[in-house]
Design a protein around this ligand. Structure first.
Ligand code: AMP
Length: 211
């Protein structure tokens, strides 16, 4: 099974990705995490990548496509490979077309696209209380999914989770990523998820949808 999570920043894609991967034996491919890992290397490109991510702008399609091609190739070679879950990719029609081509060459195709729907008003509120564990990458929310005491000192706030940058990311989502809903509707792949509900509720909906 190959699943794509599509939704605005703060809609809970990253939070649900881990559980979906566990439940369905999928390998996660999150372009945001790949880029954050690049930043953490402190290499020459790390500073440029951090600066770009701090603006909320999208990285060039070609760069992201190459990173994803590498991630797909290494994931499908693993002996326990069962399927893939894309979180944060594709984000443009150009990326979606690239992904279709890669998968076609591997005799595979996207099984479904889960669209996380959430009102704009909830997004800024959710993102500003989001924290990430720098050791495990697990995403918490200080209000709706409080972290256990023992991980508190490992938590950090993402550089692109400030109010101003969130608004920019939301505009970019509407302009460049939302058109993917029409793109995937043509092949009947869209499944809508109400992402405004609490974690368990949404997770249950996702499980029912993926059955
Ligand atoms: P995310 O963790 O998915 O919210 O991604 C964080 C940031 O990484 C985004 O705001 C973009 O700057 C960049 N990014 C992640 N995925 C992509 C992508 N598929 N295309 C372009 N830029 C991306």
């Amino acid at each position: 099974m190959i699943v794509i999570l599509l939704g605005p920043p703060g809609s809970g894609k990253g939070t649900h990705a881990e559980e979906i991967c566990q439940n369905y034996d999928l390998t996660p491919i999150s372009t945001g995490n790949i880029l954050r890992n690049l930043i953490a290397t402190n290499s020459n490109v790390a500073k440029d990548v951090a600066e770009m991510m701090g603006t909320g702008e999208l990285f060039p399609d070609e760069m992201v496509n190459n990173l994803v091609a590498e991630a797909i190739n290494s994931s499908i070679q693993k002996p326990d490979y069962k399927g893939l879950l894309f979180d944060g990719y594709p984000r443009t029609v150009c990326q979606a077309v690239f992904l279709e081509e890669i998968l076609k060459n591997l005799n595979k195709q996207v099984s479904c696209v889960l669209v996380f729907n959430i009102p704009d008003s909830m997004i800024v509120e959710r993102i500003s209380s989001r924290r990430v564990d720098k050791i495990t990458g697990k995403v918490y929310n200080l209000i709706s999914m409080p972290p256990p005491k023992e991980v508190i000192e490992n938590l950090f706030q993402r550089i692109d989770d400030t109010e101003e940058v969130i608004k920019n990311r939301l505009n970019i989502y509407k302009e460049q990523t939302e058109p993917l809903i029409a793109h995937y509707s043509k092949s009947n792949l869209i499944k809508n998820i109400d992402a405004s509900k609490e974690f368990e509720n949404t997770q249950k909906n996702i499980s029912l949808t993926l059955q």
